[in-house]
Design a protein around this ligand. Structure first.
Ligand code: NAD
Length: 491
């Protein structure tokens, strides 16, 4: 069975999804946003934009569904069962989900069925299992009282997701919020809006009471802001850029007070010591900046290498870079992704060119690829220092900078980014050094002798510094979707 498909013939669920209804664009929008396929630049649809009235409707549907289904108050195991059925349906419909995802996004269809789609189903299952395992606590008090900490869902949670892994980002938000007994109003990125609608339709098919997931489409300033400011939304969970995260914090501060989880940008270092397995390190580093063409929050885009092994390591990474072949995301054999938009590709190129000053050398790439799609050549920039734009800015493209060091102290000083602290990679065979430096690294995740998330959803993900507040995945993400109430009973 081939997963390759004709992009002109793929049916798309264009619209918002409220309750159990797909609301087509024409009935509910104030002008759509033109969408182009990243793989060939062709215009193919308009993303509808939900007005604040439609967001009101979505919140009202969520509140009504919580009331009529008593989702937060049913036996937790009943929530688990519905979410498990949903995960199974996601697996059954993997091919359709993968194709819709591949058309709009930068994710090649050949990586989606066993990759992002399977991961999304696993995430839903993982969180479903928490529903009856995380309760409150009895609190120690004097013997004339009984103290306890109860936990409860928030009610309606607002979620806003980015375009780089649309399905699994939706899974990060929907899984814990629903398992914890909440309803969700989710806005996917305006560049990748449709796969999330399919996900929501499957949830209703699996028996999730209609209205517990509502998808509203639109841009950040219109629809996103209507969600974050909405008085009926009790908590906001956001994944996206640090700039948008700051805007959301300010909006929330102005419009009311509510908890938020912010998963934001990164500029993660990869620190390689001379005693590391260089071939393995080179493969992990190359994968981290080439996979999804570097459009990952945890892309390890700053290589810091001990000077004595810089040359062989760079040679090996260049070998991986030279091997990439661009292709459309709807071709099953494609492994190298386009950039999401012409605008984003122009931004990558402007940061690269602004960085090529003085003795800075571009050892690979440094330019858009010759193609109708928005491909950018794998780029390796050497000779940069800490002030270079390529080192300081989150590029979100297939660009790796190289700096070398002679001591641990020097490596740690360079690793410490003034803005970001999302992840870091360490490569060494010296276990005590690995543990010593892991403690010092200012990052929410440290990978040692490997790079990138595993499928162990138990490990929370989130940033230090301006890479974010709070965690997705893990027990923390489940608990962040419930609030505690302290109870003291006089006996
Ligand atoms: P973005 O910030 O431009 O948009 C993300 C989402 O926020 C979109 O749905 C957008 O419409 C919405 N949005 C934008 N401004 C808003 C506002 N003022 N109010 C409400 N909503 C608003 O990010 P992007 O370009 O879609 O994604 C790339 C960014 O996401 C990168 O910075 C990347 O590092 C980050 N990211 C972080 C993680 C993580 O786990 N930390 C994971 C994936 C992506």
């Amino acid at each position: 069975m081939s997963l390759s498909f004709d992009p002109d013939r793929l049916p798309l669920p264009i619209g918002h999804f409220i309750g159990d209804r797909l609301i087509p664009a024409a009935n509910a929008t104030e002008g759509g946003l033109p969408m182009h396929r990243p793989s060939d630049g062709r215009a193919y649809a308009d993303c509808p934009v939900a007005s604040s009235d439609l967001v009101d409707e979505a919140v009202a549907a969520a509140q009504a569904a919580l009331k009529s289904s008593n989702w937060g108050g049913v036996r937790p195991r009943d929530r688990t069962a519905v979410l498990q059925r949903w995960a199974a349906l996601i697996e059954e419909e993997a091919e359709t989900l993968a194709k819709v995802e591949a058309l709009s996004s930068t994710r090649p269809v050949g990586q989606l069925v066993a990759g992002d789609v399977a991961v999304t189903a696993e995430q839903i299952r993982f969180f479903a299992e928490f529903a009856d395992k995380e309760g409150g606590d009895l609190a120690p008090t004097d013997d004339g009282s009984l103290g306890m900490v109860m936990t409860e869902p928030y009610g309606v949670v607002g979620a806003i997701t980015p375009w780089n892994f649309p399905l699994s980002m939706a899974g990060w938000k929907l899984g814990p919020a629903l398992a914890a007994g909440n309803a969700v109003v989710l806005k996917p990125s305006e560049m990748t809006p449709f796969s999330t609608v399919l996900l929501a339709q499957l949830a209703v098919k699996a028996g999730l009471p209609a209205g517990l997931i509502n998808i509203v489409q639109g841009d950040g300033p219109t629809t996103g802001a209507a969600i974050t400011r909405h008085p009926g939304i009790a908590k906001v969970s956001f994944t996206g850029s640090t700039a948008a995260g700051s805007a959301i914090m300010a909006d929330i501060a102005r419009s009311g007070v509510k908890p938020m989880t912010l998963e934001l940008g990164g500029k993660s270092p990869q620190i390689v010591f001379a005693d590391a397995d260089l071939e393995k390190a080179a493969a992990a580093i190359a994968t981290s900046v080439l996979s999804n063409a570097g459009q990952a929050c945890v892309a390890g885009s700053r290589l810091l290498v001990e000077a004595s092994v810089a040359e062989p390591l760079i040679g090996m990474i260049l070998g991986h870079m030279r091997a990439v072949r661009p292709g459309p995301t709807w071709d099953e054999t494609t492994r190298y992704s386009p950039i999401i938009s012409e605008r984003q590709r122009a931004r990558i190129h402007s940061i690269v060119t602004a960085s090529l000053t003085g003795s800075v050398e571009c050892l690979s790439g440094g330019a858009p690829m010759d193609s109708d799609g928005y491909f950018y050549a794998p780029t390796l920039i050497a000779g940069v220092d800490q002030t270079s734009p390529a080192v300081m800015e989150e590029i979100f493209g297939p660009v790796l900078t190289v700096q070398s060091f002679d001591s641990e102290e020097e490596a740690m000083a360079m690793a410490d980014h003034p803005t970001y602290g999302l992840a870091a990679g360490l490569y060494t065979r010296d276990l005590s050094r690995a543990l010593r430096l892991t403690r010092r690294l200012q990052a929410g995740t440290v990978w040692v002798n490997r790079y990138g998330r595993s499928r162990d959803h138990i490990l929370p993900t989130g940033g230090y510094k301006r890479s974010g507040i709070g965690k997705d995945l893990g027990r923390e993400a489940y608990l962040a979707n419930r609030r505690s109430k302290s109870v003291l009973i006089g006996l």
